[in-house]
Design a protein around this ligand. Structure first.
Ligand code: PMH
Length: 387
């Protein structure tokens, strides 16, 4: 399979599915056999591609998928995914029909929500539920014992409601100071102890906790960032028990190469001026692709060497200063490995003063994704020209 005919601009993201698979396998080997992996594939699998990552993670041993919204879960069902899917965020009570029809598990954290959802369920239908506890994240979740017991009572009094799981989310599992985390764990245990009966799934660990704290595995972990080969935070980098393989690369190619004279200017605002005779290349990627204007000055790889982005980044294009003339069509690596050098997602995150999570998420769907296994292209996804 080749890229020919799938996209018509030489800018693409490459997702190495072997990396995803190896990362899931490494986590699986770390966990006791009775702890399941829930692969977090929300936001188009952190920009990597929901279907491809879901399939790969399931093949590597994940048994459950998690997304943020019902739409994302339905999209996976429509693409042929049969594995259980949990919607981590809030769904609307009037949409429970869609959840039931598509066999999707919803998150519940308010008694009132359940009461509003009940009239939308038919007599013979079953709605699978995980209760979300807010133990300190302050986002969504049940905070008090009375609320929890009221929800549990409502569920046990209605045969259409099936309590399959209960969970919480940590705010600081990637930090070295464990004080707040310990408080959250204590709150979680306290709330769990109020339940009449524990449901099948009890889960609280994100990647950071899954890699660091076996004492809070319960029976499932929700694996996001580490599955993509990224460290949950720089702070805990030294504690990661095995190498993570970064799955996402971003590439483009030179579409124009020209010699500029001393004093010639480049891009909007004419803010860049050639100091001597310089070779300037143009690459067809810009801020509309998620390659944000603040990446001006960031280096990219051409022929395995670092060259800087100069002048302002435009919506669809940006310019680089080359050490010498380079042929049009030469591949440019903006993220990933080229020859002996590597531009990591962490390097881009540092330049943008943000976290690595944001980087693949903001590479827009205008950028086609190429999927690789064993170094070979196995699938292409062009969101503009769906086949
Ligand atoms: N569980 C929930 C409820 C989440 O919101 C997330 C990530 C995960 C698990 C996976 O976390 P990990 O990627 O650190 O493994 N959620 C988010 C978020 O809302 N913003 O950044 C990450």
């Amino acid at each position: 399979m080749t890229e020919q005919g799938f996209f018509y601009r030489d800018t693409w993201a490459e997702v190495d599915l072997d990396c995803i698979s190896e990362n899931v396998t490494s986590v699986k080997n770390l966990l006791p056999p009775d702890v399941e992996i829930m692969a977090v594939v929300k936001a188009n699998a952190y920009g990597h591609g929901d279907l491809q990552v879901a399939e790969t993670a399931l093949q590597a041993g994940a048994t459950y998928l998690a997304v943020a919204f019902l739409d994302e879960a339905i999209a996976l069902r429509n693409k042929g995914i049969h594995a259980p899917i949990l919607v981590l965020g809030a769904s609307r009570p009037e949409d429970v029909q869609m959840a039931v029809k598509n066999d999707i598990t919803v998150t519940v954290f308010q008694k009132e929500w359940l009461k509003m959802a009940q009239p939308h369920l038919k007599q013979d239908q079953k709605l699978s539920i995980h209760i979300k506890l807010d133990t300190g994240m302050g986002r969504i979740g049940v905070r008090k014992e009375e609320e929890l017991t009221a929800i549990e009572r409502l569920i046990s009094g209605d045969s259409r409601l099936v309590l399959e799981g209960i969970f919480t989310h940590f705010a600081t599992a990637d930090e070295l100071d464990l004080t707040y985390l310990q408080q959250q764990i204590e709150n979680f245990r306290q709330l769990l102890s109020c339940l009449k009966e524990r449901p099948r799934y009890v889960h609280c660990s994100n990647s950071a906790a899954a890699l660091r704290f076996p004492e809070v595995y319960f029976n499932a972990v929700r694996l996001g960032i580490a599955m993509y080969g990224l460290t949950p935070s720089l702070e805990m980098e030294a504690e990661i028990p095995f190498p993570l393989n970064e799955a996402f690369s971003l590439r483009s190619s030179l579409v124009h190469v020209k010699k500029m004279n001393k004093g010639d200017k480049v891009s909007y605002g004419a803010t860049y001026e050639s100091k001597t005779e310089e070779w300037i290349g143009t690459i067809p990627i810009g801020y509309a692709d998620g390659w944000l204007r603040r990446l001006q000055g960031q280096e990219v790889l051409v022929d395995g060497k670092r060259v800087p982005i100069i002048g302002r980044i435009c919506m669809d294009q940006c310019m680089v200063r080359l050490p010498a003339e380079v042929p049009v069509g030469t591949t440019v690596t903006l993220i990933g490995k080229q020859q002996d050098d590597f531009i990591s997602i962490n390097e881009i995150a540092r330049k943008l003063e943000t976290i690595n999570y944001e980087i693949p998420c903001i590479i827009s769907t205008r950028v086609p994704r190429i999927y690789k296994k064993s170094g070979k292209i196995v699938e292409l996804k062009n969101y503009l020209l769906p086949n």
